[in-house]
Design a protein around this ligand. Structure first.
Ligand SMILES: NC(=O)c1ccc[n+]([C@@H]2O[C@H](COP(=O)([O-])OP(=O)(O)OC[C@H]3O[C@@H](n4cnc5c(N)ncnc54)[C@H](O)[C@@H]3O)[C@@H](O)[C@H]2O)c1
Length: 315
């Protein structure tokens, strides 16, 4: 099966490409820029398309030339970037998603997978775990853009029968996933501690985020993209909640010398402050896709530290 991954040069794109290659799939990665490290990592196991997907003509020319059977649409500006660059974020996250859907319909794509986010949820007080069906009240620019993308996916499914599937991942934890996303504080904290450097967390200790280890979300995206048919349109993927203070405690248990302090910064809190009570109910992905959280807390911290150690050993 031929897969086209938009944002294929990004954190999740590269990892999903590797997962698909390992399963014997043909993969084309599309991004507006491929870092040399990405080209070195994926090598000639994938085809590369360097294009900005807000350039409709060039983007659709690629779709026409590639004729993908499955499009996995990951290209986006992340939550912190969306607060800092609202115009570009709207163009990529809303217009770009629309162009991806309309272009996919025109070339007869069989399946379309959209990565939304747990940022579409909002909760101001403790609530039961949130299912995919609760009404959305996105609070941040990014959350609104993702909720809009979801609505367009559902429209294309209703109107044209496009098999559009929506993943709602929690904030992703993993090596290098440190910038751009408001949830990046978690990876920054772990990496600084592992390097023996002090870390100033841009949140209050009681601020919290839904979280998922990168391996679990890549597995979820892979399962969602490869399933022949799915009974629902929207799937939550998360491994629970963590406060910044709890994360610091888990890190100090493992690295007692870790120096972590808290100095809240508005661009980050603007997004994260409303995640405190967001806990996702992921039973639908378990039931329909056979997906399980393999890296709950604190196991994901141990896995992360082990990955960092391995990478340091390789240098
Ligand atoms: N990382 C997280 O915590 C997280 C959580 C929930 C959802 N998501 C979603 O998952 C997807 C992938 O996230 P990621 O962590 O890999 O982010 P990332 O920033 O590493 O990757 C996004 C990629 O999109 C590309 N891109 C941006 N604008 C583009 C454009 N105009 N044309 C072509 N490519 C463009 C970027 O160059 C980048 O490589 C995104 O849609 C993101 O919103 C991420």
């Amino acid at each position: 099966m031929r897969y086209l991954i938009t944002g294929g040069g990004g954190f999740l794109g590269v990892r999903l490409a590797e997962r698909l290659i390992a399963a014997g799939e043909e993969v084309v990665v599309l991004d507006r820029f491929f870092a040399p490290t990405v080209r070195a990592r994926l090598g000639d196991r994938v085809a590369y398309q360097e294009v900005d997907l807000t350039d409709q003509e060039r983007f659709w020319a690629v779709l026409t030339a590639v004729q993908p059977e499955v499009v996995v649409h990951l290209a986006a500006l992340l939550s912190e970037e969306a607060e800092i660059e609202p115009v570009r974020a709207f163009l990529v996250n809303v217009v770009g998603t629309f162009l991806a859907l309309e272009g996919s319909r025109r070339v007869g794509v069989r399946r379309f997978v959209f990565t939304s986010s747990a940022a579409v949820y909002d909760a101001v007080e403790p609530v039961p775990p949130l299912t995919e069906d609760v009404p959305l009240q996105p609070y941040s620019a990014y959350g609104m853009q993702k909720a809009t993308g979801e609505a367009w996916c559902l429209y294309y499914h209703r109107r044209y029968g496009l098999d559009a599937r929506i993943a709602r991942p929690a904030a992703v934890l993993g090596p290098g996933r440190t910038w751009g996303a408001a949830g990046g504080f978690a990876a920054q904290m772990v990496e600084a501690a592992a390097r023996g450097e002090p870390y100033v967390c841009p949140l209050l200790p009681e601020d919290a985020s839904p979280i998922i280890y990168h391996r679990d979300i890549v597995e979820g995206l892979w399962r969602l993209a490869r399933a022949e048919a799915v009974p629902a349109r929207i799937y939550n993927f998360g491994a629970g909640q963590v406060t910044a203070g709890e994360l610091a405690r888990l890190i100090r248990e493992r690295i007692p010398s870790a120096r972590i302090t808290f100095e809240p910064r508005e661009t980050v809190r603007q997004v994260v402050r409303r995640w405190r009570y967001v806990v996702q109910d992921c039973r639908r992905a378990e039931r329909d896709l056979g997906w399980r959280v393999e890296y709950p807390l604190p196991r994901m911290i141990d896995a992360f530290l082990a990955e960092l150690e391995l990478a340091a050993g390789d240098r």
